[in-house]
Design a binder for this molecule. Structure first.
Ligand code: FMN
Ligand code: 7N5
Length: 357
């Protein structure tokens, strides 16, 4: 039987994956409190539907940074797709392009961004697929600039700068399993130097807003900061001229005990007051989760692990099915909530229920 839900995709993926790799994908930092909190945050929210709205003609489509997308869902950047399936990022890119969904290419992809872009274009030549590039600013700014140019030349239309990783999260499953490196034959292809050597990704606690200013001066692409959680930082992001925020706790993989992302949305939405589009990721597994986040002020949500589960379960087809399930569920939820499009959702549709999770 084909999986009917994203949770069922995880179960299939778990059976197929090396348990060490499953743990790397599934795991979080520390006690995994934040990992669980992301799901609990959505579970605590109830949707309060409107009726008799004449919403028989619906769309799930929206626009992000001036480009059309079929779904208010982007594929959040995740490392190492070739650990999930031999076709790796190429399969993910084809599925995303076919579905008209934005793929955020991880800097830690196991396929070069140029090949990912070519696969996306070949899969959906008629619709000019949208790729964004996720960047960990490297202390070597010259190399960082070289990466930005590569992403631009490959046709990426936004930079997603991850700012929640001054140091790497403590992923205890990986420590227990002794998983510290990619197996022979795989590497972070975007870290390859012109000469062929592959660098390691450096996390740096030296990064500051000055680096965002530096980047702002060097690219015309929209800059999305990923991993902003504090409303004061959201305000600083506005001041520093970024174009969007991806409210994220890295899927519970960085600071354990950080709050559930969906619970922070109202505060951050109030702080930025419409000056920047907000995206949110962490624990989105259902169409109802997508609708809750949009109702609370997000322009779109990101999904990380579910795409890896689809990829591990059945390569490109698996990712296509994961995206199709989400699309169906979002449309169904819009129908039941009395909305004709993502734009019609507002905070009046959401109630917080204490003690439910
Ligand atoms: C296996 C894995 C690898 C990830 N790799 C990256 C990465 O390379 N860069 C990044 O900014 N975030 C990375 N993330 C975080 C995701 O972009 C995203 O924030 C998170 O997965 C969202 O939560 P979800 O998995 O519950 O949907 C990774 C997450 C996972 C699970
Ligand atoms: C050096 C790879 C970083 C991947 C990452 O961000 C994650 O595993 O969460």
């Amino acid at each position: 039987m084909a999986p009917l839900t994203l949770a069922e995709f995880e179960a299939v993926a778990r059976e197929r994956l090396d348990p060490v790799h499953y743990d790397f994908f599934a795991g979080g930092a520390g006690d995994e409190t934040t990992l669980r909190a992301n799901r609990a945050g959505f579970a605590r929210l109830a949707l309060l539907p409107r009726v008799l709205r004449g919403n028989g003609t619906r769309t799930t489509a929206t626009t992000l940074f001036g480009r059309d997308t079929e779904l208010p869902v982007v594929i959040s950047p995740t490392a190492f797709h070739r650990l999930a399936h031999p076709d790796g990022e190429l399969a993910t890119a084809r599925a995303a392009a076919g579905a008209g969904v934005v793929l955020v290419v991880s800097m830690a992809a196991t396929t070069p961004v140029e090949q990912i872009a070519a696969a996306a274009r070949a899969a959906a030549p008629e619709r000019a697929p949208t790729l964004w590039f996720q960047l960990y600013v490297q202390p070597d700014l010259e190399f960082t600039e070289h990466l930005v140019r590569r992403a631009e030349s490959a046709g990426c239309t936004a930079l997603v700068v991850t700012v929640d990783s001054p140091v790497f999260g403590r992923r205890e499953r990986d420590h227990r399993n002794g998983f510290h490196d990619l197996p022979a034959g795989l590497c972070c292809e975007n870290l390859r130097e012109p000469g062929g050597a592959v660098r390691r990704i450096e996390m740096s606690a030296e990064l500051s807003w000055a680096h965002i200013d530096w980047l702002r001066q060097r690219t015309a692409l929209p800059i999305v900061l990923k991993g902003v959680l504090h409303p004061e930082d959201a305000l600083l992001a506005v001041e520093h001229g970024v174009d969007g925020l991806l409210v994220s706790n890295h899927g519970g993989r960085q600071l354990d005990t950080a709050p559930a992302t969906v619970e922070l949305l109202p505060e951050i939405a109030a702080a930025v007051a419409g000056r920047l589009p907000l995206l949110v990721d962490g624990g989105v597994r259902r169409g109802t989760d997508v609708v809750k986040a949009l109702a609370l002020g997000a322009s779109a949500v990101g999904v990380g692990r579910p795409v890896l589960w689809g990829l591990a379960a059945a390569g490109e087809r698996g990712v296509r099915e994961v995206l199709a399930l989400l699309r169906e569920e979002v449309d169904h939820t819009l129908a039941l909530c009395g909305a004709a499009s993502p734009r019609e959702l507002g905070p009046d549709l959401v109630r917080r229920q204490e003690g439910v999770c």
